[in-house]
Design a protein around this ligand. Structure first.
Ligand SMILES: Cc1cc2nc3c(=O)[nH]c(=O)nc-3n(C[C@H](O)[C@H](O)[C@H](O)COP(=O)(O)OP(=O)(O)OC[C@H]3O[C@@H](n4cnc5c(N)ncnc54)[C@H](O)[C@@H]3O)c2cc1C
Length: 424
């Protein structure tokens, strides 16, 4: 139901019935508009919750393939031993209590023409509006020799869970004096500061337990998020333990021999003792299956509502969508989920689209008491999401230790707040 919205249809029907014009409404509950949200992560859980809160007259179904959600934010602290995965794991009971119909299923088919999705076991879920928030998928063919199976030897740990634990175990088993290699992917990818925070967190572990070890960060890029703050923090806490090799200096990796854990670079080969290859990325598999991604591998959307520009009545939010200047972060996904929920509620109720505003902050922990951040506020300009001039920015370069410690506290309270927003 698009042009004539469901609510207008319903109120028109009720008026006709009341006027004795023949529609038998008495004794029958009015059908509710149905919104199906697929993917219960930083984007999808928020879209489902805020839709249900804003427009309780809509029937909201959240379909998530896993019974639990494991947060990537703060998962680099699992590698340093500062926290465990349990502290990052959440269930969906809070959303069920809110009246959201939470289903555990993996969606394998989307029919944009007939407005339904189908689960792996054959269940069919009809929708008036569909929200897809599947996160990212990996381009296994981008680096010779890298496969999904090889990730059991050279883990990516870019989706928190068993991969994070595997990498942690490998770091624990590594001899002191070993070489740990992180391969950082080209843009765009999930969590632009993530590989650099990871280098710091592993260095924190090595400093205490394996001080003769080295970390080599091979990068496809020549610059990265919060670069000056990271490099100053690495030096202050870990001396020369972390070496960053930019793309122009030979950091681009073209192949890998997983068995010997050797990376084949454009210039040199790099043998490692533990290798963390973060693959090139694209929108989550479901977005590809549904034909929602363009040639870039990501999903083009109308930034006012996150409605796909390829398939009407389907919205794509979170890492999977193309969101202008916004990074692929959990906080950006949260912000997009709220904009999308407000837009869908308005559309189904026949109201004009609200004017969107978007926000993001990414904290990174260089050491347990050393946090840094980058923040941005975004607006629509000529149909594109752009940064609001003079808003946001990064932590000051010359901040004292107390300020860095306060930012580390902010990082942890950010995590408590945003996960409470998602799951309670
Ligand atoms: C190491 C690391 C550190 C990070 N740190 C931060 C940070 O400090 N701050 C920050 O803001 N961001 C951070 N991020 C980024 C953040 O994790 C992502 O941007 C965020 O998770 C994106 O949310 P999403 O909802 O798009 O995807 P996800 O959170 O990945 O959620 C997608 C969900 O969809 C489900 N799903 C997928 N396909 C299907 C299907 N077919 N059927 C049913 N369910 C499906 C998945 O199971 C998953 O639960 C970090 C990422 C990493 C890897």
């Amino acid at each position: 139901m698009t042009d004539l919205t469901r609510r207008r249809f319903l109120s028109a029907s009720a008026a006709l019935a009341a006027a004795g014009l023949g529609l038998p409404m008495i004794g029958r509950a009015a059908p509710k508009a149905r919104v199906v949200v697929v993917g219960g992560g930083y984007a999808g859980a928020i879209a489902a919750k805020y839709l249900q809160r804003t427009a309780p007259e809509i029937r909201v179904t959240l379909i998530e393939k896993s019974p639990y959600y494991v947060s990537c934010p703060l998962s680099n602290e699992v590698l340093s031993g500062e926290r465990d995965l349990d502290s990052l794991t959440f269930d969906y009971r809070g959303l069920t209590r809110r009246g959201i119909n939470v289903m555990q299923d993996e969606i394998v088919e989307v029919d944009p023409a007939q407005h339904f999705v189908r689960g792996a076991g054959g269940n069919r879920y009809n929708y008036d509006r569909l929200v897809i928030a599947p996160g990212v998928d990996y381009r296994w063919d981008a680096i010779d020799g890298m496969t999904e199976a090889a990730a059991e030897v050279v883990p990516h740990a870019w989706k928190a869970g068993p991969q994070t634990e595997l990498l942690r175990r490998q770091l624990e088993a590594m001899d002191d004096g070993g070489v740990f290699i992180i391969v950082a992917p080209p843009n765009p990818f999930r969590c632009p500061p993530g590989p650099y925070e990871r280098a710091a967190q592993v260095a924190h572990y090595f400093k205490v337990h394996k001080p003769k070890s080295k970390i080599l960060l091979l990068d496809a890029k020549d610059a990265f998020s919060k670069q000056a703050l990271f490099q100053a923090g690495w030096k202050a806490h870990y001396g020369d333990m972390i070496e960053w090799v930019p793309g122009a200096a030979g950091g681009i990796v073209e192949g890998i021999d997983p068995d010997s854990r050797t990376l084949i670079g454009q210039v040199d080969d790099y043998p490692g003792d533990v290798v963390n290859l973060i693959p090139h990325q694209r929108a989550g598999k479901l977005a590809q299956v549904a034909g929602l991604a363009d040639d870039s591998g990501w999903c083009p959307v109308d930034p006012r509502s996150f409605e796909s520009t390829i398939h009407p009545d389907i919205h794509v939010i979170g890492d999977a969508c193309i969101a202008g200047a916004m990074p692929k972060s959990g906080y950006a996904a949260n912000s997009q989920g709220k904009v999308c929920a407000a837009a869908i509620a308005a559309a189904l109720n026949g109201d004009p689209l609200p004017a969107p505003s978007y926000v993001n902050t990414c904290y990174s922990l260089i050491a347990p008491d050393h946090g840094i951040s980058v923040a941005g506020v975004y607006e629509l300009n000529d149909g594109a999401i752009v940064g609001v001039p003079d808003s946001g920015g990064v932590s000051p370069a010359d901040a004292d230790a107390r300020t860095r410690a306060i930012e580390a506290k902010f990082a942890r309270s950010w995590f408590s707040n945003i996960t409470a927003d998602m799951f309670t």
